[in-house]
Write a protein that binds this ligand. Structure first.
Ligand code: PLP
Length: 396
């Protein structure tokens, strides 16, 4: 079958018709266990009644007006995000890349207001910030950038989880105005930094008057067991970006700012036609209410720990498993060789997983998974990995 959709994705040969919680059904009626949540998007699972009701109710009333007018649902959502994050204000957009674009514009204008001619942002190796020109330029993965020169300038890259490298970059370049960092690198391989890494970046940013900008697009909205992952560290960034799970599948992004950073963008500086429209905000408000009502931050910690412990129990001793990393319900299993085929092998066993950075199996199940589903993921995946690494070993 030929498709007229531009071939920008390597797609698996399956299409889903409907879902419920952590289950998805394909066109043939097969049922799959979803351990990926559309890449950390459907944190409440599929067809969640609270989101369904919010969308139905809102679509009966009003989908869109314009940011030319006040949007009360946007104001309510802003209040809730501010209360939960400790930040001061928010700009709404439609995706992660757009949220990071807003953050980068804040950094640039902040720099210019301080008389810096080429405001420069420190970014990390192995990072991922999006596919627009500015965000791919900020991304620490050459595959994402290849073919798209000239890149947007104003970035300096240092290795992730390396404080001395940031200190060196700062002494080499007086035009640095901000640090952009993920709390846990998602696309980069579920890389969990040293416990005090973010605290030390916070201290450096204070010392040098830099904006600490956290990309929480994948780690936010409860994924790691806190509403935002920086809350594990007891710190506050100056800018924080959200998207993915904020609407549980309805496109919405947000750029939160605090203190000086919250006063940088003013009327006419930035905008978005769809950003924060009534429909998207109604979904996000339902997501936030459900996180509380169903105690999903605690669930993310508990089930994440159970998954991690189960996988460690089954895979320890396998010499091809180099590491199992996790923060809440973000889990990475790093093998000693590329293992992208595991995605197809898991699909044949009706389990949806992902492999990122070539050899890290990534699990991002919905936060609502139950004990039985945790056991099923552990069983199916551990068995697959044992067989797969055994065969790879025989081949070599
Ligand atoms: C997914 C992701 C993005 C990009 O979000 P889009 O909605 O695809 O533009 C940016 N940063 C991180 C950390 C992500 O995981």
């Amino acid at each position: 079958m030929t498709s007229h959709v531009m071939p920008t994705y390597k797609r698996l040969p399956v299409a889903f018709t409907h879902g419920e919680g952590a289950w998805l059904w394909d066109e043939e009626g097969n049922r799959y266990l979803d351990a990926l949540s559309g890449i950390a998007v459907c944190n409440l699972g599929h067809a969640h009644p609270a989101v369904h009701q919010a969308l139905c109710g809102q679509s009966q009333k009003l989908l869109h007006t314009s940011n030319i007018y006040r949007i009360p649902l946007q104001e309510q959502l802003g209040d809730q995000l501010i209360a939960r994050s400790g930040m001061d204000n928010v700009f709404f957009c439609n995706s992660g890349a757009e949220a990071n674009e807003a953050a980068l514009k804040i950094a640039r204008k902040y720099g210019h207001e301080r008389g810096i001619a080429i405001p420069t942002v420190i970014v990390m190796g192995n990072s991922f910030h999006g596919r627009t020109l500015a965000t791919l330029s900020a991304t620490g993965n050459s595959k994402v950038k290849e073919g798209f020169a000239p890149l947007v300038e104003g970035f300096v890259q240092v290795p992730y989880d390396d404080i001395p490298a940031i200190e060196q970059a700062l002494s080499a370049n007086p035009q640095i105005v901000a640090v952009l960092v993920e709390a846990v690198q998602g696309e980069g391989g579920v890389n969990v930094p040293a416990a005090d890494y973010l605290n030390r970046i916070r201290a450096l940013c204070d010392q040098h008057q830099l904006l600490m900008m956290m990309d929480e697009i994948q780690t936010g909205i409860g994924r790691t067991g806190q509403f935002l992952a920086y809350q594990h560290n007891g710190i506050m960034p100056d800018v924080c970006t959200l998207a993915k799970a904020l609407g549980n599948g309805v496109p919405i992004g947000a750029c939160l700012a605090r203190g000086t950073a919250a006063g940088i963008l003013t009327a006419g500086n930035h905008g978005s036609t769809f950003g924060g429209n009534p429909l998207a905000c109604s979904a996000a408000l339902a997501v936030l209410a459900t996180l509380d009502a169903d105690n999903l931050l605690a669930a993310a910690s508990q089930q994440g720990q159970a998954l991690f412990a189960g996988l460690v129990g089954r895979l320890q001793g396998n010499p091809h498993v180099l590491a199992i990393r996790h923060k809440g319900m973000m889990i990475g299993i790093e093998l000693d060789a590329p293992c992208a085929e595991l995605v197809t092998l898991a699909l044949a066993k009706f389990l949806l997983i992902n492999v990122t950075n070539e050899r890290t199996i990534r699990l991002l199940p919905p936060l609502i998974i139950d004990n039985q589903q945790v056991l099923e993921i552990v069983d199916t995946l551990a068995e697959l990995i044992q067989v797969y690494t055994g065969q790879q070993h025989e081949k070599s």
